[in-house]
Design a binder for this molecule. Structure first.
Ligand SMILES: *Cc1c(COP(=O)(O)O)cnc(C)c1O
Length: 410
């Protein structure tokens, strides 16, 4: 017992020495306007995925309560046993209508969807091609599947085409990409990926965790915005980000959904989502369809925020979305930057390796439609000002060429 704790304590101390130790921070209250209270201090929350401010929306809360009142708080079993309630069916039909696909299936989390789908569809003799900056849940899905996989350099279509060419004889070929990349905030070249997969007889799966609710006329995601819904075989996304609550979906053809019912282990061997979450999902989809103003405000504010950071000399990589990184480089300096901003009332988290490559430490800002325009303008001015005080801009410009290369090699 004593030796066990000593070994782990030493390992934690090693992480601490590299400025890589992580600690939980407790949010004491969720406040209006996209703010939180932490250690007694009210902060503008520039780190949440609650892009539309729906997590505390009255209408979602009421819908969750109503679902609990009617169906209870538990689903009592996994989906294939007796856990499929009428409410699951209703929500899945609503997801298919929202996404514009024939069918859809719910997963308990986005992590579980990615881990389940890849192994369900891809086995021995198959090959999966995954963008190097795809979310960790996709990487874990690749590890679990029996198929071979290749992680192509970020958004590098030439390298992907070469890999597809080389593996033309594989039984099945699947390309997987985030639509909005979760740490860099840039977009996948979906049109080009569709053209490539058609040319090589591959399938395409997109993860719209950060696109759902934010992009598209109906808010269904980047595929909708580009008119590519029907061209893409597998649409995955979550309810845990812009949609404010929890859970995930996979949308596509009837055979896809029925295959997942039969083969996706993370779907089969876990208790079905509970009714209050399903109620919140329904309400969120309704609001997203009916209120495009939230996402258009969000994207307008994000464009302004990015422009002001760039004018302030900061390196925002290729961000084109509501996710906006500021490259710092050094782990300790990223922590120092985050701490200085916190003193000025801003909640921003330093993202460090292994989430980003060594030397790629950064702050990652995410905006919400709940944020007031004047508070965002004030925030970006503070970020630029503090960046100057810490000489962030100069440091990251010097290193950005080298870091760009490293990031591509991740
Ligand atoms: C957050 C995220 C997930 C995981 O979704 P959860 O519902 O939080 O498990 C998957 N993919 C991407 C790109 C994400 O950002």
């Amino acid at each position: 017992m004593a030796a066990f704790d000593t070994i782990l304590t030493q390992e934690l101390a090693d992480l601490e020495a590299q400025h890589l130790r992580r600690r939980l921070q407790v949010m004491e209250a969720m406040l209006p306007g996209g703010k939180v209270q932490v250690a007694g201090q009210v902060l503008l929350n520039l780190s949440s995925n609650d892009y539309l401010g729906l997590a505390t929306d009255r209408r979602l809360i009421t819908a969750a309560q109503a679902a609990a009142a009617r169906w209870g708080v538990g689903s009592t079993a996994s989906r294939l046993i007796v856990g499929t309630l009428g409410l699951h069916q209703e929500v899945e039909e609503a997801v298919a209508a929202f996404k514009g696909t024939p069918r859809a299936v719910l997963f308990n989390t986005g992590y579980m969807a990615n881990v389940g789908v890849i192994a369900a569809l891809m086995g021995k003799g198959d090959v999966v091609f995954s963008d190097k900056l795809n979310h960790a849940s996709i990487i874990d899905g690749l590890r679990l599947a029996e198929a071979a996989f290749y992680r192509y350099p970020h958004r590098d279509l030439d390298r992907l085409a070469a890999l597809l060419q080389k593996h033309q004889q594989a039984r099945r070929k699947l390309i997987i990409t985030d639509s909005v990349f979760s740490v860099d905030g840039d977009l996948a070249p979906l049109r080009e990926l569709v053209a490539l997969k058609d040319r090589y007889g591959a399938w395409l799966m997109i993860d719209e965790a950060h696109g759902t609710g934010v992009f598209g006329a109906k808010g269904a995601g980047v595929a909708e915005a580009l008119g590519l819904t029907e061209a893409i075989e597998i649409h995955m996304g979550t309810f845990s980000k812009a949609l404010g609550s929890f859970g995930a979906y996979v949308a596509g053809s009837a055979p896809l959904i029925e295959m997942l019912h039969n083969k996706a282990r993370s779907f089969i061997y876990s208790t079905a989502l509970p009714p209050p979450v399903l109620g919140a999902m329904q309400a969120a989809m309704e609001i997203v369809r009916q209120e495009p103003a939230g996402r258009s405000y969000l994207l307008t504010q994000a464009a302004l925020f990015r422009q002001r950071l760039q004018e302030g000399g900061l390196n925002i990589l290729d961000s084109e979305t509501q996710i906006i990184p500021v490259l710092v480089g050094d782990n300790a300096q990223a922590l120092e930057y985050a701490a200085a901003l916190r003193q000025r009332g801003l909640m921003a988290v330093a993202i460090r390796p292994p989430t980003v490559p060594p030397g790629g430490a950064r702050l990652r800002f995410s905006l919400s439609a709940a944020h007031q325009a004047d508070e965002l303008a004030q925030a970006v001015a503070t970020i630029v000002q503090v960046g100057r005080e810490l000489e962030i801009s100069r440091g990251s410009e010097v290193g950005s060429k080298r870091l760009g290369a490293e990031i591509k090699d991740r």
